[in-house]
Unconditional design. Structure first.
Length: 483
């Protein structure tokens, strides 16, 4: 979403580099470019003007830090002000000390309210809660069925009643929660194509009946600045506690994310980053500001990896790689774990300094759950356990059978086997290099009598990002996810 904004702001600050001292004129020129970038991203003009004044005042009043250049000091100020514009820090849900915690989901029709309710339920479940969904949308055709389907996918019960009274359904759901020991109730309410008095009155009645601890407004980021108007209307009528911004992975310009908090005072608490139920993330303003300025988001990357990749399995894979026992079955297991991370393009955006590489790869299929990866899975699954353990036995006859069984061509099977063979060779080279480095390090820390001294530097270090870059460089264009 923030691709264009990020590029434009970074271009503005590149003009400041190399200046030993920044004048007021230099800062004005840079901020003019930033202002144009924010306006192009559909951020409200008044908010942009206030943001520019705040940055300029701090930039002219600040002392340059000893470890930063003048340009870096200005970038630091912009980073902090961008984070403040979006709320400063992550806003938490209001959890009741006496269960059940009641969360009321509101918004316009088509904003992704029902799916977001299921996503939130899944997230709460993973946090050790016992959530339940409530189908209080009695108007939209198949709304109840949709909630039941996504509820089943999240393995969360859905409370329904065959009556045409949303207020009574919401009220009865509390008895359901108490009876079945559910500590979180997420109520999916009706939306409209536009805001009307009937919708607002029903929501007010539900609020009065169940007294929710949290009212979350679901807003589609694709509607741009109109999202701010929607948020202001709902907040004025109901007193919204937070916003769920959906479709943040789309190609909208980002004005809603940058404007909602400043315009309404309602913090963005969650963002939808895809259609899968796992694709709901806590919104961190400071991390998003860093990503916009091309500084990466390592914390989110680590959290995403920790939630998707099993530590024990990863440790087992490391042992297999070290002992040269890595097979196609292991590769398939790793592929399935990595798929949970989402698009490789999004991951590159979280790594500091990888923005240029991400832009060069624009247009390349980097979806870890895309067609290419599914073909690879199909090919490996068409092999026998013996073939996955030892690829050397896969002759021409076996390759033809595997291609037929996976619905692919023999050339695709040959390509995968060649890539896997090159990957194993690369792993051996990496292992050899690491062993040599450890031996050299051991020699350097030896004492006079030839014994290794005990100290902090004797432990082998983990590979760093430059090592990873070298690995990808050795694979070149033959990396499995790229044609």
């Amino acid at each position: 979403m923030f691709e264009d904004l990020s590029q434009n702001i970074q271009a503005a600050f590149r003009k400041l580099r190399g200046h030993g001292k920044l004048t007021e004129d230099d800062i004005n020129k840079a901020l003019k470019d930033v202002r144009m970038a924010l306006l192009a991203a559909d951020v409200n003009y008044k908010i942009v003007r206030d943001f520019e004044k705040s940055v300029k005042a701090r930039a002219l009043d600040t002392e340059i830090l000893s470890n930063l250049t003048p340009a870096q000091s200005v970038i630091k100020i912009v980073n902090e002000e961008l984070a403040n514009l979006m709320g400063g820090k992550a806003a938490k849900l209001n959890i009741s000390s006496r269960p059940p915690t009641i969360i009321l989901m509101v918004g316009l029709q088509g904003s992704g309210k029902t799916t977001s309710a299921a996503k939130l339920a899944l997230q709460m479940k993973r946090q050790g809660k016992r959530p339940a969904l409530v189908a209080a949308d009695i108007y939209r055709p198949a709304a109840i069925k949709q909630l039941q389907v996504v509820g089943a996918q999240a393995d969360v019960p859905v409370f329904t009643e065959d009556i045409k009274d949303a207020v009574q359904i919401a009220r009865d759901s509390i008895n359901f929660a108490n009876k079945h020991a559910r500590d979180v109730l997420i109520i999916d309410t009706a939306g409209r194509l536009q805001i009307d008095e009937r919708l607002m009155q029903e929501l007010k009645d539900i609020k009065s009946a169940v007294k929710p601890h949290e009212i979350l407004l679901v807003v589609d980021a694709m509607i741009g600045q109109e999202a701010v108007n929607v948020a202001e209307t709902f907040h004025g009528a109901l007193g919204v506690d937070g916003v769920v911004l959906t479709k943040l992975d789309g190609d909208a310009r980002g004005g809603a994310a940058l404007s909602i908090k400043a315009a309404t005072g309602c913090p963005i608490k969650f963002v939808g980053m895809g259609e899968k139920l796992e694709a709901l993330e806590i919104f961190h303003p400071d991390r998003m500001a860093s990503r916009i300025l091309g500084m990466g988001d390592v914390l989110s990357l680590i959290e995403k990896a920790q939630s998707a990749i099993d530590a024990k399995t990863a440790a087992t894979m490391v042992k297999k790689i070290k002992s040269d026992e890595f097979t196609l079955q292991d590769f398939l297991d790793q592929l399935r774990q990595v798929k949970k991370l989402g698009s490789l393009n999004d991951l590159l955006g979280m790594v500091p300094g990888m923005g240029a590489i991400k832009r060069k790869l624009s247009g390349v299929d980097l979806d870890l759950d895309g067609k290419e990866v599914k073909h690879m899975e199909a090919i490996i699954l068409s092999m026998t356990p013996k073939e996955r353990a030892d690829t050397s036995i896969i002759d021409a006859k076996r390759r033809k059978r595997i291609a037929l069984g996976s619905g692919t061509k023999v050339a695709d099977v040959n390509k995968l086997l060649k890539q896997f063979d090159e990957m194993r060779k690369m792993m051996r080279r990496f292992k050899t290099t690491q062993t040599q480095q450890q031996q050299q390090a051991s020699k350097k820390v030896k004492g006079k009598k030839g014994k290794i001294k005990k100290g902090k530097n004797t432990k082998p270090k983990m590979p760093t990002l430059p090592n990873l870059g070298g690995i990808l460089g050795q694979l070149g264009g033959k990396f499995p996810f790229i044609k």
